[in-house]
Design a protein around this ligand. Sequence first.
Ligand code: CTP
Ligand code: MG
Length: 185
Amino acid sequence: MSDIVYQAIAALWLSLPALSANPSAVIFGGGTPMDFGRTLGDGKRVLGDGKTWRGFIGGGAAGAFVGLIQQLIAMKIGYFPIFSQDFLQAFFMVLILGYGALLGDALGSFIKRRLGIGRGDKAFLLDQLTFLIVALFLLYIAFPSFFSRYFWNAPAMITLFVLTPLLHRIVNIIGYRMGKKEVPW
Ligand code: CTP
Ligand code: MG
């Protein structure tokens, strides 16, 4: 496999915990909103009813769970890129990716509300990329050498930033058809 293709696939593989956290939040979501219904001085909700504690906690855990499965696969099969040889460190990494994604998702909603964009209304790129940016940024803060090894190269970055909005869109259309999402975006 060429280096370029390997770098692209490795980055996609290792960001799966972040990529799977968001759709999982849709499945787990409901109940108490993360902002407890509060509004800010602009009269708009802090985050809105689309960000719930159940979605956050369940979605982050689901993302981390996906990462743990990947870690086990990598440890057993050996061929796949591994988060870390140290299982505890790998656990910490997948938690950062899963919960980082949902923190970023909440940040996206925070920005949408400040811009006056309603809950569930479309915000191009903000909806699709904020979660990835925050998850990767937190990974970079906590594990800079891992980040630079697998993510800080052009094939990885281009693949992630081009494919993520596409994947996001496809998954949301599936969620909509399954009746899990009210809108197909
Ligand atoms: N969800 C949740 N808790 C979260 C994230 C998502 O409960 N922390 C659920 C909600 O039911 C939400 C759905 O997943 O409606 C889709 O998520 P998303 O598209 O991110 O939220 P929106 O409803 O579009 O709200 P916003 O405009 O704030 O992004
Ligand atoms: Mg949405």
